[in-house]
Design a protein around this ligand. Structure first.
Ligand code: SAH
Length: 468
């Protein structure tokens, strides 16, 4: 993020606009919404600007801006449509240490103006760092459409009620109170009975919320999917957006965590492949402590929590403390990896069973029914198998598997940095060195493309095919 969005208090501040044509008018339209003292420097200001001056909304000075003018300003717009003139204005501002913007010239500007959705006092600023104005306009149009027009008025009414509302219990009850006011009962009352009606509803909701029984804390043992936030379930998304506490594993992607509430307490329990950074008991204690205070806790695990998620230990601990929990399943890494390869994990006349195994367990390298796995046509999804690749291939070859049995390694399945390595059992230990993980090994399947088929369309991911 090169440009950091902030909201500047312009009350009684001087803002200078240099220019008197259409470009200046476009910026003035925005600036006149603020409480700034706007001064336009232009020898020939357009009639519109003159009429704003006549209405007392701004001041026009009919000469070029000079150093002293700029020194008294909070920010400056160079909006003359004349590059040389704008460059001179920018130079003066730079020398005076005053923030400046050269309209439509990102590189020459110290700050840029976002696209704005105005529901004063609710203001949404949209920026694309100048890369895609079309995108900003489209987003603005979509937000304009989706935000109730009354939101600004409701926010003003709500503002007066804030200190009273702060006596409501913190957390989901208070959030529900405000959500109902802003999005359900509030807009309705405002439309029917105006500001007085909306204020009345606010009072009613306050009483109702105060009488609600406090909610007991709960824990959602939830799957975050393989990383692509679009692969999160709708249910998980909804719960995440309302959680008070999110306790997540290292593999949960940043993009998924972005969907949590900004005020939520977010704790990373940083488990690494071998050896735990956090002890399971400590995670259990953390969940229980938070849930005991009435918090809505999300225990967020990569993929599906029911696959290699140490779920039983957590359910047992929660049961022992009498804390209610619910499992919210997710898309497991094997499913995402198969989708990326364009393969099915079961296939008529090839395999009617699928083994889901781990490369290592608490004791170290995990032992399995190697004889079954070594059979022709058998398919297995091997989690945490990267570092045990050599052991796996040795065991399988020893039990009679064909050296050319395909093994596909999918690293970062579903993420933008996804990498696919098509390999065979004989080459596996060498191929595995090309991956840093997290990766899943799919034994018995090769990428559809490698098998001579056309590549499927992969949305939102650039498929990098390594070592094919
Ligand atoms: N519950 C998870 C698995 C946790 S075990 C699930 O259902 O997917 C952690 C292992 O999952 C990693 O070592 C790796 O083998 C696999 N894994 C998790 N996310 C992955 C991803 N995005 N791409 C490839 N493998 C992944």
């Amino acid at each position: 993020m090169r440009h950091f969005p902030v909201f500047l208090d312009l009350r009684n501040r001087h803002v200078i606009v240099c220019g008197g044509g259409e470009t200046a008018i476009a910026k003035l339209r925005l600036l006149l919404k603020t409480e700034a003292q706007v001064v336009v420097f232009s020898q020939h200001p357009a009639d519109r600007i003159r009429s704003w001056e006549d209405a007392g909304l701004l001041k026009v000075i009919s000469r070029d801006v000079c150093q002293e003018d700029i020194a008294a300003a909070t920010m400056v717009y160079a909006a003359s449509d004349d590059p040389d003139h704008d460059a001179r204005t920018a130079q003066l501002a730079r020398e005076a240490g005053v923030l400046f913007n050269v309209v439509d010239n990102l590189e020459a500007s110290e700050f840029i103006t976002p696209a704005i959705v105005d529901r004063d006092p609710v203001t949404i600023a949209i920026g694309t760092e100048g890369t895609a104005p079309v995108l900003a306009r489209k987003l603005k149009a979509e937000i304009e459409e989706n935000l109730p027009g009354e939101l600004g008025i409701l926010a003003r009414i709500g503002e007066r009620f804030r200190s009273k509302a702060s006596t409501l219990p913190h957390g989901s009850r208070r959030r529900r109170f405000w959500t109902r006011f802003f999005f359900v009962e509030g807009p309705l009352a405002l439309r029917r009975k105006g500001v007085a009606g909306a204020s009345e509803v606010l009072e009613q909701l306050f009483v109702e919320t105060g009488e609600e029984r406090p909610e007991a804390g709960r824990v959602f043992l939830m799957g975050a999917g393989p990383g692509d936030p679009d692969l999160l379930t709708v249910k998980a998304r909804r719960i995440l957006a309302d959680a008070d506490v999110v306790i997540h594993d290292r593999l949960v992607s940043v993009q998924v965590l972005e969907l949590a509430r900004r005020e939520a307490v977010i704790v990373e329990t940083g488990k690494m492949g071998f050896g735990d950074a956090w002890k399971q008991e400590d995670i259990n204690i953390l969940m229980i402590e938070h849930a005991s205070t009435g918090a809505k806790v999300v225990r967020l695990k990569s993929g599906d929590p029911v696959v290699f998620g140490r779920l039983d230990e957590e359910m047992d601990a929660l049961d022992a403390s009498d804390i209610a929990w619910e499992i919210v399943p997710g898309i497991t890494a094997a499913s995402a990896a198969a989708a990326s390869l364009g393969v099915s994990l079961t296939k008529r006349n090839r395999n009617s069973a699928l083994q889901v195994i781990t490369g290592h367990d608490v004791e170290g390298f995990a032992e399995h029914d190697w004889r079954t796995l070594a059979k022709e046509g058998s398919v297995a999804a091997i989690y945490m198998g990267l570092r045990t690749a050599q052991f796996l291939s040795a065991r399988l070859l020893m039990h009679g598997a064909a050296p050319d049995t395909p093994v596909s390694i999918v690293e970062n399945a579903s993420r933008p940095d996804q990498k696919i390595i098509a390999s065979t059992l004989a080459e596996l230990s060498v191929a595995a060195r090309d991956s840093e993980g997290p990766a899943i090994l799919l034994l018995g399947v090769e990428p559809r493309e490698a098998a001579g088929h056309a590549r499927q369309i992969v949305e939102s991911n650039t498929l990098k095919v390594g070592a094919l």
